[in-house]
Design a protein around this ligand. Structure first.
Ligand code: GAP
Length: 582
């Protein structure tokens, strides 16, 4: 099936290996005319559901970012996969994938490297390329980011972003100002992300350049609640980490409300699992081949406090198509710590509060002569200690550590006091809830779940049963033959439908049955045929892809009718039905 779909994708202009004229490079794909439009339609549907309907706003940040961003985010140190290189042929492999492919072990990503090396030896795993033994070959961490230099020379290293999210986090101070410092607010971004995958595979499912559609929802965890009512009744198929760790663990079906009430899923994550499920279904993901699985603790990314993956079944395998992560204050905390900007939001109290604040006013005429060059740092350390632990000032002396050395200062020389001050608010580091959608994997899933074969008039037909809302070509227009004026009428209809905003293909080559089959394979939901009768009655035949049923429709009604069919406001079956009695 997979090979059939990949072959169809190439032949019908969905996607194909890039630069194949030069041998191609694995992990890079080009979307052809149909694929690029399908991808656009999926992205538009995502925008409509995750952004417009939720009241979030989109930004567009650069794909290259300077090194300090990724030092702070932790990607430089920890965004690694496990690499094992064959000593015979030099081919690189992902060690965890070798284990998953050759043993019963699932999710080997969460296993520590030393155990992975043992498993390779215990299972006598071999190089998939040349069959050489891999036992005893060291497994190493391999950083997935593509490095580059910004400007000439190598003094300013940069990286292609491995996730679109960092482009949102680093701009948080500006975005918070835009949002008038009011939590919660959500920022989306859709664009390319880059990962130097050790072994790209399965066409567009694991590639080195791909598109992510991400939402970073900034919340105050002590106050903000998701609008759960909107999706409370949506049913979710869930496989929690707890169930995965049991011998007889299993998937459960719960509504969003039940999943939250029973403590299976964090309320914010559950909200977006509900939104997500509605969205995947609307674009044609088969809900019998869809589920949510929670990450095991060792599997989570370095920034994630909890994560649930949306998984779809394609070609007999379950693949991750989206990560729903609770990133807590990890990212904003890191950028707050590493940069000069403030990544907090000032939360105004309803009423000013009177609070006690401990302060120091060290006697420098004592600290200077007594401690010399360390005096300034000792004064700073005393101030920090007063904020953190005022009890430390209860005794005769206060101990502080500076530069690894301990100093004892008489309490009376610290100028310690507790004052009452009026505060109008406090600085809060927002938490982040993140649905991160891999558009390429969603596109592949939509195609795979739409791929069907059936028999029409004794012939096997292949069709893509794509949802009208995402189908890249919406209608094919054909003259029965390009003669006696039928071609002119068909071309006029084509122009009118294009002017009405529909994606139309005009085709006058080959017999009509062949033209229908071509559009069935492309996934075009409807075809219009102009025949001799059309020249008499100004009507055409409208054919539906899935049922192959046909109805006669006046040319003057076509654009409104097709727009209604695309918007789901009417169905083809309703067109065929007799008009209700007046
Ligand atoms: N900002 C969070 C993040 O990047 P992730 O789970 O690493 O999380 C999110 O990636 C989604 O991006 C995945 O669920 C997957 O659909 C997609 N993705 C990740 N790596 C990919 C690759 N090499 N090729 C295609 N899609 C990929």
């Amino acid at each position: 099936m997979s090979r059939d779909l990949v072959e169809l994708a190439k032949r019908r202009g969905y996607f194909f290996q890039s630069a194949s004229a030069y041998g191609g490079v694995s992990g890079f794909y080009t979307y052809g005319p149909e694929g690029a439009t399908l991808k656009d339609n999926v992205e538009d549907a995502w925008r409509e559901r995750f952004q417009v309907r939720e009241g979030h706003r989109e930004i567009d940040a650069p794909t290259v970012m300077p090194e300090p961003v990724f030092e702070a985010s932790g990607h430089l140190d920890t965004f690694d996969d496990m690499l094992v290189e064959c000593p015979e042929c030099g081919e690189s492999h992902r060690a965890d994938h070798l284990i998953e492919d050759n043993t019963d072990i699932e999710e080997a990503e969460s296993i520590p490297i030393s155990e992975v090396e043992d498993l390779i030896a215990d299972h006598d795993l071999r190089c998939p390329n040349c069959d050489a033994e891999l036992a005893g070959v060291p497994v190493e961490d391999f950083n997935l980011m593509f490095e580059t230099n910004i400007g000439p020379g190598d003094s300013s290293p940069g990286y292609l972003r491995p996730e679109t999210a960092q482009g949102i986090f680093v701009e948080f101070p500006q975005l918070a100002e835009y949002a008038r410092n009011q939590l919660p607010f959500g920022i989306t971004q859709i664009g390319k992300a880059y990962r130097n995958e050790i072994s790209p595979r399965k066409s567009i499912i694991r590639v080195r350049e791909f598109t992510q559609a991400e939402l970073e929802h900034f919340i105050d965890p002590t106050e903000d609640e998701p609008p759960l009512d909107r999706v409370a009744d949506v049913e979710l198929t869930l496989y929690s980490a707890e169930e995965q760790e049991k011998d007889d663990g299993e998937y459960v079906t719960k509504t969003v409300r039940e999943a939250v009430d029973e403590g299976i899923v964090h309320e914010w994550i559950a909200y977006y699992l509900g939104v997500g499920k509605q969205w995947y279904e609307s674009i044609g993901v088969d809900m019998d081949r869809f589920r949510y699985r929670q990450h095991l603790p060792g599997e989570r990314a370095h920034y994630s406090a909890d994560c649930w993956d949306a998984e779809s079944e394609v070609d007999g395998d379950w693949i991750e198509i989206t990560g729903y992560s609770y990133r807590s204050d990890y990212d904003l905390g890191k950028h707050d710590e590493y940069s000069d900007d403030d990544f907090t939001v000032f939360k105004q109290y309803d009423e000013p509060k009177v609070v006690e604040r401990a302060t120091v006013d060290p006697d420098m005429s004592y600290l200077g002569p007594e401690f010399g060059g360390a005096a300034g740092d000792i004064a700073d350390a005393l101030e920090t200690l007063a904020e953190r632990d005022r009890k430390a000032f209860d005794g005769e002396e206060v101990a502080v550590e500076v530069g690894g050395e301990e100093y004892a200062i008489p309490t009376e020389k610290t100028g310690f006091s507790v004052e009452e001050v009026k505060e109008t608010g406090e600085h809060v580091l927002p938490h982040v809830v993140e649905p991160s959608i891999g558009i390429d994997r969603v596109v592949y899933t939509v195609l795979d779940h739409a791929y069907e074969t059936d028999e029409i008039e004794g012939e096997t037909r292949t069709r893509l049963a794509l949802e009208p809302a995402v189908a890249p070509t919406f209608v094919g227009v054909f003259p029965l033959m390009d003669k006696d004026g039928m071609g002119e009428v068909a071309r006029e209809i084509t122009d009118d439908l294009r002017a009405a905003g529909l994606d139309v293909t005009y085709d006058d080559s080959g017999n009509i049955g062949r033209r229908y089959r071509r559009q069935d394979e492309v996934g075009t939901p409807f075809c219009v045929t102009v025949d001799y009768e059309s020249l008499e009655d100004d009507a055409v035949t409208l054919r539906e892809r899935d049922s192959t049923e046909q109805v006669r429709v006046p040319i003057s009604d076509l654009d409104d009718l097709l727009a209604d069919l695309q918007a789901g406001e009417t169905t083809f079956a309703e067109l065929d039905a007799p008009a209700p009695e007046q």
